[in-house]
Each structure stands twice: as structure tokens, then as C-alpha cells.
Design a protein around this ligand. Sequence first.
Ligand SMILES: Nc1ncnc2c1ncn2[C@@H]1O[C@H](COP(=O)(O)OP(=O)(O)OP(=O)(O)O)[C@@H](O)[C@H]1O
Ligand code: SF4
Ligand SMILES: [Mg+2]
Length: 319
Amino acid sequence: MTAAASGAPLLSVNNLFKSFPIKRGVLSRQVGEVHAVSDVSFQIAAGETLSLVGESGCGKTTTGRAILRLIQPTSGKVIFDGRDVRVRRLLEEVGLRGEYTTRYPHEFSGGQRQRIGIARALAVEPRFIVCDEPVSALDVSVQAQVINLLQDLQRHRNLTYLFIAHDLSVVRHMADRVAVMYLGKVGELAPAEELYREPLMPYTQALLSAVPVPQPGLAKNRILLEGDVPSPAAPPPGCVFHPRCHHPAKDEACGRIVPPLEEKAPGRYAACIKQPPTRISWEEQQKVGGTLPPERYVPDTRRFAESESTTPSPPSHSQ
Ligand SMILES: Nc1ncnc2c1ncn2[C@@H]1O[C@H](COP(=O)(O)OP(=O)(O)OP(=O)(O)O)[C@@H](O)[C@H]1O
Ligand code: SF4
Ligand SMILES: [Mg+2]
């Protein structure tokens, strides 16, 4: 019986880690490690599109390549159709990768190149495809055509996609569920509609506040993140997002406790010990210096565009 028939996920990624050595000097001695992917787990059902979203360097491509065994994971398991992956098998299942496009002559337009890449990918009749930023380099109208094509193919062939993008607006109409990555970890994973309507993890809130509202007269109050993304060679302790987080209950405990990716509402997962409910009790948080109890926080970043110059912005998390 196939996974689809049994109701099991087609792809299951369990506690995936991938580190790259940092080497220096004439002897190429290892002086550290880049923690590109740290404890990533998710499942994709047959016929589903899961989108992996996050800023440059957060580990999206490494996750995709480790699933396909184009690179060897440091640890973790990838189960495809009920079986532990063997290198060759999954590669046969897989076609489209962003880099295919760069192998074709430049006289093709971006969209044509993508269509050739898609056709080539489908020649091996895959069931599962990793689409690594297939539309990022295309202008908006061509983006829509390629996305429509991918969706048509999915319907006709019951394809399953891992669709990688760093722009949340690109995946809005494509993804069934979205996983948001930050510094090698999944910070939030939820059905697309709910994630866009009510982002629970503060990093998702900030990313979404940068996505334009497609409604005339409405705009967004952007949540500006402080500082740069820290280096994946030295990720912050505790919650990797804590140096930049705007949650009003952020405190010492955030720098001490690694937040588990836990179910906050049915099917909606977020890694935040300050967003209730959480299995990290308030007592536990206090023991490591917590002073601010968990408190639900979902800022409404929409505002009327007309009032842009007159609306004062809350100083702590918006501007
Ligand atoms: N082969 C490699 N050797 C060393 N470091 C690597 C290698 N591949 C990726 N990295 C590092 O791992 C981290 C994650 O990279 P990755 O390419 O997975 O990010 P990404 O989310 O796909 O970024 P982008 O949006 O720019 O494509 C980065 O810090 C990157 O520099
Ligand atoms: S655990 Fe703390 S630092 Fe991390 S996202 Fe939640 S509030 Fe912010
Ligand atoms: Mg990438």
C-alpha cells in the first residue's frame, strides 16, 4: 500500500541536522561549524505543497538538498513513502531544482527556462519535487504563469511539492502549509491561510508585516527587526530569535530555553515559550530568570495607507 493510500505522509523529515565545517589556514584545520540546519522536522502529505520560507542563509536550500541526499545530513531521518531514503531512489523521484535553470543558454527568457526545467524534471515522472526558488528571478507576471503551471501539473499528476522561497507573498496562493525558518530552525509551521491571518511566532509576524496588503487603502505597519541575522556559526543560545524579538514578554528565559516547536492551536505549530499555550511552565521560566509571564501577542499591523504620515507608531515594535 502506498503512503497516500494509507493516509501516512509521503515525506517525513525527522530531526534533520546539517553542519558544515569552517576550515582555516594552509593546513585547512577545522576551526568551527556552520549550523545550517538544526533539528528540523516536518511532514508532507501526498499532493500537498509545503512552502519553506525565510531570509537568505536560514537553511532552506540545505534542508532541500539534505532531503534529496544531494548532501549527506549530519543526522536525522528522511522517510519517503514509508521507507528510509536510499540515495538513488529519492533522486529518481525528484526533478526541479532552481539550479537547473542556470544550465540552459541565456537566450531563453526566465519563464521559458523555467518551463524547460519543469519539463525536464517531469520526464522522470516524479511524485515529489523540491522547487528551490523557481520564480525568484522572474518578474511578477511571469512568476504567476510559472506558479499556475506548477499548480496545474500538481493537480493532474498528484505531485507533492516542497516549495522554497524567501518571500512570503510568492507562496501565498501556492502553499497548503508554510514552514518559516530562521537560523536553521523552523519557527512556525501552519496552514497557509491561518499563518497569514494570525502569525503566532514573532519572527513570522515581522516577515508578514513586510508583505504588502493587496487591498486598496490598506497598508502595513512594519515590524522592524533590530540588528542583523546572527551568524549560523555562532547561533544565540536559547531562542535563536531572542536578540531581535519584539514580543512584549521577552525576557531572560528566552536566552536560556530552546523553545520547542509546539502545537498552539490545532495544526498550528510555533516555537515560542511566551506565546501560550506552552509546555515550558512559567515556574520553569522563572527558574532561569524569567520575569514576564507568557502573554498572547498578535499585533495587527494593518493600517489605512492614507494615515501613513499622521499615525504615530508604537516605538517598541513598529515603525
Ligand atoms: N557547502 C557549504 N559549505 C559551507 N557552508 C554552507 C554550505 N552550504 C550552505 N552553507 C551555509 O549554510 C547556511 C544555510 O545556507 P542555505 O544555502 O541553506 O540557505 P538558504 O536559506 O537557502 O539561503 P538563500 O535564501 O540565500 O538561498 C548559510 O550560512 C550558508 O553560508
Ligand atoms: S521564545 Fe522569546 S525570544 Fe523567542 S520568539 Fe518567543 S518571545 Fe521571542
Ligand atoms: Mg537557497
